[in-house]
Design a protein around this ligand. Structure first.
Ligand code: LLP
Length: 436
């Protein structure tokens, strides 16, 4: 996993930072990110586009992990930024992220959120539906302010992944349908709006996808449609955004491509198809989230109670759970883990890692081979960098863990641990008299 290493005392190191020391300094649970690995992934995507001679934008899908420091890191790596809410946009503004490289997504953006995007003069809004298109038309005319948009289309592709993270199929809450005339109607409506500039199309077929087939099929369909629109409507797309969704390896059972390899295969296809269709190659945008930060993040827990159900299973509980990683409970997501304070100890048993929430479904890993864990060991669970912190919650009023960036042996706190005071700071007292 990235720059993960084991030192001569058998302790795990991430980004040159000793996990045992980090746990002592920042407490557990703790999310630790290998910053060099994030940089390497970002550069890998950009290098691939350069090698193929394709003008591109690589936007970080910040829903995977949004924080000021993360967005500043994305800016250092010259990425663009995909935001999906006023909250993510606000964070980007606080991070000082260059507004012209911000793209705004979402299937139900509110008027306030759209106004915020106009105020900030962001680079582009990815329009999802007719309701939003109308609002953008109104706002832009009222302000006499131009706005660039992409139309999000659903190509009618079923990618192979968990149902909850599928998005490209016809029966989806996202986007204009490419096959039944909706997308074309949206294009016509948008083209008549004086302050709206349609840069092109966007499509995102799903997440944690291991094959390029779905992307290639989607690209083929879209390019076919673009050729048609060029001849009939004289519409020329400057931008084609192919979304994110490139799968990563969570466990040995997963068999993804290298992140940049997805792009290479897909782009070669797009180049061939555009040539065949006789249209000029649009600028290609992608918006990976998971494949930029997923395997760069590790969660460090301290182990506590151990419950043996004889001949059935042994539960080893940790000091976090579905409050800091809801993916096992929500998607049956699988992870691997080691005892970070003694990585080289021989494996002695297969145990299941239980979270501390009051819910039987709060299991982080079923059946993981480990040395015999005792209270006070440190468990490192790998690949929690995407949709870990960003989906963390306060179930059972458990404070959210801190986030530490590790690079070249330096540990930098980028999100502090939530306190009990943080938990009650929005609460107001009952303020009602006792009923008789
Ligand atoms: N672009 C759009 C329009 C998206 O909807 C998404 C993810 C992405 C880009 C980034 O996809 P990625 O490269 O990260 O796969 N919570 C789920 C994943 C939900 C993904 C939602 N959209 C999980 O934990 O697996």
């Amino acid at each position: 996993y990235g720059t993960a290493a084991v030192n001569d005392r058998g302790q795990l190191e991430i980004g040159g930072v000793n996990v045992v020391d980090a746990a002592a300094q920042f407490g557990t649970p703790l999310y630790l990110y290998d910053v060099a690995l994030i940089r390497e992934r970002a550069r890998g995507f950009k290098r691939t586009f350069d090698q193929l001679g394709v003008t591109a934008q690589v936007a970080y899908a910040s829903k995977a992990f949004a924080s000021i420091a993360m967005m500043q890191l994305a800016e250092q790596e010259e990425l663009s930024l995909d935001v999906v809410s006023g909250g993510e946009l606000y964070t980007a503004q606080k991070a000082g992220f260059p507004v012209e490289r911000i793209h705004f997504h979402g299937n139900n953006k509110s008027r306030e959120e759209l106004e915020m995007a106009f105020d900030a003069k962001i680079g582009c809004i990815v329009v999802d539906n007719f309701f939003e298109l109308d609002m953008i038309g109104d706002i832009s005319e009222a302000r006499k302010q131009e706005m660039s948009i992409l139309l999000r289309i659903t190509p009618g592709i079923e990618a192979h992944t968990h149902d909850y993270i599928l998005t490209g199929q016809e029966d989806s809450k996202f986007g204009f349908d490419l096959n039944n005339g909706q997308a074309e109607e949206a294009l016509k409506i948008a083209s008549e709006k004086p302050y709206v500039d349609v840069l092109g199309l966007h499509c995102h077929i799903g997440s944690q996808i291991f094959e390029t087939t779905g992307f290639v099929l989607a690209a083929e369909k879209i390019i076919g449609k673009l050729a048609d629109w060029r001849s009939r409507l004289s519409f020329e797309a400057k931008v084609l955004n192919l979304g994110g969704g490139f799968g990563i390896r969570y466990t040995a059972e997963d068999d993804p491509l290298e992140p940049a390899a997805y792009v290479e295969e897909i782009i070669r296809k797009v180049q061939a198809e555009t040539k065949k269709a006789g249209i000029s190659m649009p600028e290609i945008w992608i918006e990976p989230g998971r494949s930029l930060v997923g395997d760069a993040g590790v969660t460090i827990y301290e182990t506590g109670s151990v419950k043996d159900v004889p001949n059935v299973r042994k539960y080893v509980a940790v000091d976090g759970g579905m409050s800091d990683n809801i993916r096992p409970a929500l998607y049956e997501a699988k992870y691997e883990a080691v005892l970070a304070n003694r990585v080289n100890d021989p494996v002695e048993e297969t145990v299941s890692i239980a979270g501390k929430c009051c819910e039987s479904g709060d299991m982080l890993i079923w059946d993981v081979p480990l040395p015999k864990a005792e209270a006070g060991d440190l468990l490192a669970m790998f690949c929690t960098g995407a949709y870990g912190y960003s989906m963390a919650n306060n179930y059972n009023r458990i404070p959210r863990p801190p986030v530490v960036f590790a690079e070249k042996g330096e540990a930098k706190l980028v999100i502090r641990r939530e306190t009990y005071d943080d938990l009650v700071k929005l609460d107001l007292p009952l303020g009602l008299p006792q009923p008789n």
